[in-house]
Design a protein around this ligand. Structure first.
Ligand SMILES: *Cc1c(COP(=O)(O)O)cnc(C)c1O
Length: 432
């Protein structure tokens, strides 16, 4: 059975006959599950059997979401979490273990960069940043014996920069370490990082994956192909009492979860003890959004192209950044990794005073002024003063975020109305 993406996104991971023939995925709104007999309980509590026990650890509604996303990516294992930040932070902690380092860039979601400074040092995880993420050689040069993963976003916000995924995967694998990719802006419809060498893929499902802007959720997926027994991940091989077998012998994560060590460990440790479980109702909401992923993203990419053409011919626009904008250095990488389009986030430089920029933001009627992206509704924001406000001037310079930047996230409205809205906003500020 090898169905196409669109079939999988509405059907994979769910068999109605296993759920009272319910056509929609049921919401299993329960905290706990009956254990049956005490021998079954033994197997459940040692992870030898994977049926649900308690919704913090797993739940059948979230399980359908996990299975469906695995099918869409050809992934070996997956885990749904209560937010994208839980997905990012659990993943990096799981990879780094004790005393490990993560090699990454400042070109990341603001919350991710923030947690490097405010959370990870307390937990003994160090972060190394490359200065020019467009040069894979710099990742090569900055690797240390303690580096456990290279971490990048496949499409960045607000500038839609694209890393050379395969080159980074080759560097990581030469050193026996993981390539972890945050694929939030891309969605699996536009790019499947596992096809380009990624070992672990994370999402904020709050954004395009669910697409309706009604839920906060996150996802971690693993390829199922990486060898965690290669010496760089001793924390996966350590015998653990809570994983003991029927004879009270301690077992390791690698032994109990041989096919899915990464998400197995993340579930048994990070989700279990830190507890950001996705609620069954929210898992259902993500499933609902996922059903229309391809159709939504196609429309959003088309709207983005139309708005790009409008902005590139506007005298109040200093520059436009999008992989297919004029002069973009990412066109070739976009052709290679994003053949169906380079997403629905673009940025432009507003030619005018700070006050005029604020008037412009206040003048749009269709574009909503809010911090998220990947919504069904089109959004506008001034990232340097809002979503990326925690960046110091030096960090802002490093990621190329100037104060005149305006970011758009294109939704599902009519392209002509979106362009009309921007046009009337420019007219409000500068006159007809
Ligand atoms: C929004 C976002 C996150 C964080 O996700 P939440 O669901 O808001 O916790 C992480 N990475 C990227 C790229 C994002 O856009």
């Amino acid at each position: 059975m090898s169905y196409g993406f669109d079939t999988l996104k509405v059907q994979a991971g769910y068999r109605p006959e296993q759920h009272n023939y319910a056509v929609s995925v049921p919401i299993y709104q329960t905290a706990a599950f009956a254990l049956g007999d005490s021998y079954r309980a033994d197997r459940l509590f040692s992870f030898m059997e994977s049926d649900p026990i308690y919704t913090r650890l797993s739940n059948p509604t979230a399980d359908v979401l996990e299975q469906r996303l695995c099918a869409l990516h050809g992934a070996g294992g997956g885990i749904a979490l209560a937010s994208g930040m839980a997905a990012v932070s659990y993943t990096l902690l799981n990879a780094a273990g004790k005393g490990g380092r993560i090699l990454t860039t400042a070109r990341l979601y603001g919350g991710t960069v923030d947690c490097f400074g405010h959370l990870f040092p307390d937990l003994g995880v160090e972060i190394d940043l490359v200065e020019n993420p467009d040069d894979p050689g710099e990742f090569q040069r900055k690797l240390t014996a303690e580096t456990r993963a290279i971490f990048v976003e496949s499409l960045t916000n607000p500038f839609a920069a694209i890393p050379n995924l395969q080159a980074l995967a080759d560097i990581a694998h030469e050193h026996g370490i993981l390539l972890i990719v945050d694929n939030t802006l891309a969605t699996p419809y536009l790019c499947n990082p596992f096809e380009h060498g990624a070992d672990v893929v994370v999402y904020s499902a709050t954004k395009g994956l669910s697409g309706h802007g009604n839920v906060i959720a996150g996802v971690v997926l693993e390829s199922g192909k990486f060898d965690y027994g290669n010496g760089h991940y001793p924390h996966f091989a350590q015998p653990l009492w809570f994983l003991r077998d029927g004879d009270d012998q301690e077992q390791s994560i690698l032994r109990v979860f041989p096919d899915i060590p990464f998400t197995g460990r993340l579930r048994a440790i990070h989700l279990n003890y830190l507890g950001a479980a996705l609620s069954p109702f929210d898992a259902y909401l993500v499933l609902l959004g996922l059903e229309t992923l391809s159709e939504r993203v196609q429309k959003q990419v088309a709207n983005t192209r139309a708005v790009l053409a409008y902005l590139e011919n506007n005298r109040h626009v200093a520059w436009v950044r999008y992989p297919y904008a004029q002069g973009s250095p990412y066109r070739e990488l976009a052709d290679r990794y994003f053949p169906k389009g380079a997403g629905a986030v673009l940025s432009f430089g507003f030619k005018g005073t700070e006050e005029q920029k604020r008037q412009f933001l206040a003048a749009t009627k269709i574009f909503g002024y809010q911090a998220n992206i990947g919504d069904a509704r089109s959004l506008i924001i001034n990232p340097a003063q809002t979503t990326h406000v925690e960046l110091t001037p030096a960090q802002r310079e490093l990621v190329g975020l100037s104060l005149d930047t305006i970011r758009l996230s294109l939704g599902l409205e009519n392209a002509s109305d979106l362009i009309g809205d921007l046009e009337q906003a420019f007219q409000t500020v500068f006159g007809g």
